[in-house]
Design a protein around this ligand. Structure first.
Ligand code: ARG
Length: 460
C-alpha cells in the first residue's frame, strides 16, 4: 500500500483516481507557511507540557524548519498521494527525522482543527495587505479630489441630470464606500482571530494541552470555546467573502462610471494610454478594458460567496469533507479583489478630467430647477407650491424652446410675484456653493470631507 497514510484499517490502497479526486494539495499548499508555524507551536507546547519528550519536540521543530526551507527554495516535491498540505509536510518530516519521532507531532491534534487553524492564521496575515490596497485606492481618490474642489459636473439620479455637484464630492463618495469596506475587513480580522487547535477531530483532546500558549505563539487573541463548532465553523470565510463581494461591488460601480465618463457621449474623462487598450479592427478605438474587467470580475467574487454559503448550508456537525471546498474560492476572491484594487488605483491616479466638458454639461439650466424652487421657499413659499410654480416655468420654457434661465424676469413674475432680480444670479456655481452644510457638495463641506479622509488614512 504505497504511500497510503492512516492505512491500518484498510486492506487496499486508494484507487489512483480517488487519490486525485480527494487531493487538495494543488490549492492548499498556499497554506504551507502557516501549517509549519502552527505545527512548530503545537510541537513546542507538547514538549513543554511533557506530553512528548522534549528532545522529540526539538527534533520536530528543527525538521519542520528544514521542510519550510525546502518549500521556500522550490526544492520540495509536492505529492498528490499525500492528499493535502498537512500530509505532504508531515510526510517529508518523517523522511527527514524518522517516522517514529515525526509521528509524535500529531498527538492531540487532527487535520480538522489543524486546517481551520492554518486558514485562520493565513487570513490573519493576509487581510492587513488587503486593507492596505483599499487604503491606496482611497488615497488616490483623495488626491484627485483635492484637485477638483471647484470642478462642477452634473450629479445624476436615474442617470438623468439632476443637480450640479463638484467632481471632488463625486470622487469622495467612493472614498466613503471604501471606508466602509475598511471597517468590514477590520471586523473580518476580529472574526478570524481565534485558535481552533486543541479541538481535536471534534471532541477536544485527552491531553493537558496548553491552548493559550499555542494561541500566544501564533498571535491569536482567543481560543475557541466549543470543539464541535471550532472544527466546522467557516463563518470567518463567509465574512471575508461577503466583505470582498461588497468591495468588488463598489469597484464595479466606480468602473461603470469610468466607462460612462470616457465615452464620446459624456467625454468627462480620458484614460491614460497605459490604462486603455485598442481594438484589433477599429483603429480609432481606445477602450476601457481595465474598468470593464473590474466590473466583470465582481461576478466571480459574488460567485465565490454564493459557493461557500451553499457548501455550508446543509452540513451537520462537525467536520465534513465538503469543507475542503472553502479554500479555492477564498484564495481566488482575495487575489481578484487585490488585483482589481491595484488596477483601479493606477487608473484613478492617471485619468484626466475634462473640466470644460463637465462644466458645459453642468451648465444645463434644467439642473437649476430645484434651486429656483429653493429660492421661492426662502421667500416664504411652501415647498410643494414652489415645486408646482417651477414645474410650470419649466413647461413654459420648453413650449417656447428656451431654457429656464432664458425666461425674462417679467415672465417669472407672471407665474409668481415672489421672484426678484436676484433670481437671475442662480447658476451651477451658486447651486453648489449653497450646499455647504455637512455632507453637502459645497466647497466647505468638501474640505471637511478631505480633512476626514486625511485623518482616516493617518496622514493628518
Ligand atoms: N484537506 C482537508 C481540508 O481542507 C484537511 C482536513 C481533512 N480532514 C479529514 N478528516 N479528512 O479540509
Amino acid at each position: 500500500m504505497s504511500g497510503k497514510r492512516w492505512s491500518g484499517r484498510f486492506s487496499k490502497a486508494t484507487h489512483k483516481s480517488v487519490e486525485q479526486f480527494t487531493s487538495s494539495v494543488d490549492v492548499d499548499r498556499e497554506l504551507w507557511r502557516e501549517d509549519i508555524d502552527a505545527s512548530i507551536a503545537h510541537a513546542r507546547m507538547l514538549g513543554d507540557q511533557g506530553i512528548i519528550p522534549k528532545e522529540a519536540a526539538a527534533r520536530i521543530i528543527e525538521g519542520l524548519g528544514e521542510v519550510g526551507a525546502e518549500i521556500e527554495a522550490g526544492r520540495f516535491q509536492w505529492r498528490d498521494d499525500l492528499e493535502d498540505v498537512h500530509g505532504n509536510i508531515e510526510g517529508r518530516l518523517a523522511q527527514l527525522i524518522g517516522a517514529e519521532t515525526a509521528g509524535r507531532l500529531h498527538t492531540g491534534r487532527s487535520r480538522n482543527d489543524q486546517v481551520a487553524t492554518d486558514l485562520r492564521l493565513w487570513l490573519k496575515r493576509r487581510l492587513p495587505g488587503v486593507r492596505e490596497s483599499i487604503a491606496r485606492l482611497q488615497r488616490s481618490l483623495m488626491v484627485r479630489a483635492e484637485e477638483q474642489v471647484d470642478t462642477v459636473l452634473p450629479g445624476y439620479t436615474h442617470l438623468q441630470r439632476a443637480q450640479p455637484v463638484t467632481l471632488a464630492h463625486h470622487l469622495l463618495a467612493y472614498f466613503e464606500m471604501l471606508q466602509r469596506d475598511q471597517v468590514r475587513f477590520a471586523s473580518c480580522l476580529e472574526s478570524v482571530d481565534e485558535l481552533p487547535l486543541g479541538s481535536g477531530a471534534l471532541a477536544g483532546a485527552p491531553y493537558p494541552l496548553d491552548r493559550r500558549a499555542v494561541a500566544d505563539e501564533l498571535g491569536f487573541a482567543r481560543v475557541s470555546a466549543n470543539s464541535l463548532d471550532a472544527v466546522s465553523d467557516r463563518d470567518f470565510v463567509i465574512d471575508v467573502q461577503a466583505a470582498s463581494a461588497t468591495c468588488m461591488m463598489h469597484l464595479s460601480r466606480l468602473a461603470e462610471e469610468i466607462v460612462l465618463w470616457t465615452t464620446s457621449e459624456f467625454g468627462f474623462a480620458l484614460l491614460d494610454d497605459a490604462y486603455a487598450t485598442g481594438s484589433s479592427l477599429m483603429p480609432q478605438k481606445k477602450n476601457p478594458d481595465v474598468a470593464e474587467l473590474v466590473r466583470g470580475r465582481s461576478g466571480r467574487v459574488y460567485g465565490n460567496l454564493t459557493a461557500i454559503l451553499t457548501t455550508m448550508k446543509g452540513l451537520p456537525l462537525s467536520y465534513n469533507r465538503d469543507l475542503q471546498e472553502d479554500k479555492a474560492g477564498l484564495f481566488d476572491s482575495l487575489h481578484t479583489l487585490t488585483s482589481c484594487l491595484e488596477a483601479m488605483t493606477g487608473m484613478i491616479e492617471t485619468i484626466t478630467f475634462d473640466a470644460a466638458r463637465t462644466e458645459a454639461a453642468a451648465s444645463d439650466p434644467t439642473l437649476l430647477a430645484t434651486d429656483f424652487a429653493d429660492y421661492l421657499v426662502q421667500r416664504g413659499a411652501p415647498f410643494e407650491e414652489a415645486h408646482g410654480i417651477v414645474g410650470r416655468l419649466v413647461r413654459l420654457a420648453e413650449d417656447s424652446e428656451r431654457s429656464l434661465t432664458e425666461l425674462s424676469l417679467d415672465e417669472l413674475r407672471g407665474v409668481s410675484s415672489l421672484f426678484d432680480e436676484d433670481v437671475l444670479c442662480i447658476s451651477a456655481e451658486s447651486s453648489v456653493e449653497s450646499r455647504s452644510l455637512p455632507g453637502g457638495t459645497g466647497a466647505d463641506s468638501v474640505r471637511t470631507q478631505l480633512e476626514r479622509a486625511r485623518q482616516l488614512l493617518g496622514e493628518a
